[in-house]
Design a protein around this ligand. Structure first.
Ligand code: NAP
Length: 213
């Protein structure tokens, strides 16, 4: 989910280039054309309108469900609750219905921007994201919760820090997508909450370290 987004589209292209089959939803026609041109099985649809059964129908032969969708600033608190909150719950139900064991959630540092004056909408967003993390962590799925620091559109450096607790800094969407791709291909990493920020390690080394820990 979120295949047309900043992180999701980068991930979809990386996985497709690596030979994986990638499916996902898009909501604007130009997104669909661009995704399909890159060999991605993009389907027109709105997550907010899918029930678990309809979502599960999209998961045929899926090994890993990556949830990188989010309402962002658009649509206010109601959209955040519907997508980042209820949308994730629907994804979990769909994973159970379809037998998908692995679900990777793109979340956020719960203490992001502490010390700054943030809006009620932002507080609501953090609250919904934290509850979504807790909902997923309580399931019996092989989940990973990846919490990136503040996202940028800078060109990825390929260098990160990945650990259960980090200081909140920044990370390029390129590097988030590359880390997700590495995690998707590391089924031995499961039931872990990992924070992600710019750092000194290669993505492969940082992910391998989680395998060993
Ligand atoms: N911004 C940050 O600094 C930051 C930091 C840490 C974590 N995060 C989290 O990282 C995630 C990914 O970030 P991003 O930059 O890739 O976000 P993004 O570009 O806004 O991508 C989110 C995607 O979700 C899709 N989406 C929203 N509502 C939908 C719906 N009803 N049905 C189907 N798709 C829907 C959007 O579709 P449309 O393109 O049609 O709108 C968009 O493609 C977000 O969940 C965010 O919470 C963000």
């Amino acid at each position: 989910m979120g295949i047309a987004g900043g992180v999701g589209s980068r991930l979809a292209r990386l996985l497709t280039a690596a030979g994986d089959r990638v499916d996902g939803l898009y909501r604007r026609h130009e997104q669909g054309e661009s995704l399909k041109a890159d060999g991605i099985n993009a389907t027109y649809g709105d997550l907010a309108e899918l029930d678990a059964s309809a979502f599960a129908d999209l998961l045929n032969d899926t090994d890993v469900l990556v949830f990188a969708a989010g309402a962002g600033g658009k649509g206010g608190t109601r959209a955040v609750s519907a997508i980042d909150g209820a949308g994730l719950t629907t994804a979990i139900e769909a994973a159970h219905l379809s037998g998908v064991r692995r679900l990777v959630l793109v979340s956020v540092f719960p203490e992001a921007w502490r010390g700054l004056e943030v809006s009620d909408t932002f507080e609501h967003y953090i609250d919904v994201k934290k509850k979504a993390d807790a909902t997923l962590a309580a399931t019996d799925l092989d989940w990973i919760i990846l919490r990136p620091a503040a996202l940028t559109d800078d060109t990825g450096s390929g260098r990160i820090s990945l650990a259960p607790a980090l200081v909140h800094t920044q990370i390029a969407r390129d590097d988030v997508a590359a880390t997700l791709a590495e995690l998707v291909h590391a089924p031995q990493i499961r039931r872990e909450i990992l924070e992600l920020a710019q750092g000194p390690d290669t993505i492969r080394d940082a992910v391998s370290r989680q395998t060993l820990s």
